[in-house]
Design a protein around this ligand. Sequence first.
Ligand code: ATP
Length: 339
Amino acid sequence: MANQKDYIIATLGSHTALQILKGARDEGFKTLCICRKGEEAPYKSYGVADEIITVDDFAKDFFRIEADLIKKNAIIIPHGSFVSYIGAKKMNDVKMMHYGEKAILEWESDRIKERQWLLAAGLKMPKIFKTPEEIDRPVIVKFHGAGGGFGYFIANNTKEFHERIKAYPNNNGYVLQEYIVGVPIYTHYFYSLLTDELEIMSFDKRYESNADSIGRIAAKDQIDVGLQTSYTITGNMPLVIRESLLPQLFEMGRRVVEESRKLTKKGLYGPFCLEAILDPKLNFYTFEISARIVAGTNPYTNGSPYTWLKYNEPMSTGRRLAREIKQAIEQGRLEEVLG
Ligand code: ATP
């Protein structure tokens, strides 16, 4: 019978590594952090890693050290930075034990496939306009490859779009998405493949620069200074949602999981996040899914109000992940949760 002590939980030192490693430690695992040179300080200071491997470059060096990780019997927990450094396409080259199904990341990282998936699951999404001429309501213009939503702008109609796009002569293309006036809400789920249970772990809202500071100056000053809105993520804020919205969110998560099983062999499991705008009529318009742990769970290293209800002990998403792996090992079902 496999023993939990035979395995190491590993991740890249970034994104949600602190709670993943702390959670794994709390569940009795040995932990390993792959750090970029010069970025070890938090992982040393918070004491979450039994071992730190230092590399120059995540993308290049990961495959160089992978054989060593395999020898150590390490299980890698993919987070947003891991997927973005390795690249969705190269994820299939990862040979070591990997929590979660890789194939689903292809559906998540391709805007067209992602939309197909979420619409098939019955989620409301912002309308997409194929050409500027079709714009009949406010749209948010999202540039391809714009790190942190840099330069995204709002246009109210076709004329305004053509005026404003002139400022971006070298853009790599864009999506014209209906702009939903409402509040962004990020719902953090965990779906257990072992028990077929869907949990809502927590919620967050983001703290984005400079979008979250523009409202601090008068509209006239915003125009005079010629501000460009950017949505560079700088942090996450905890959120508790109006309780009557919870049934709907459980239902949305359940449908996304069910639909995912039609797309790939095992479908979506483990932590994921639906990113939505909630309008004043209380409609959720989902604009994105993250098919892995999101940084919005970071305010909850000690658990959220929701995990407290269920667990009566500190339960971060990182710890929940480790518990799932631990139970899979105990039940001889580790293969099932690896992908
Ligand atoms: P990605 O996560 O794919 O890199 P991004 O972070 O650059 O994308 P998004 O997450 O799509 O950009 O959006 C940036 C910000 O714009 C978010 O704060 C979100 O709340 C807001 N936003 C995105 N789409 C809409 C929309 N359709 N209506 C209103 N606000 C939106």
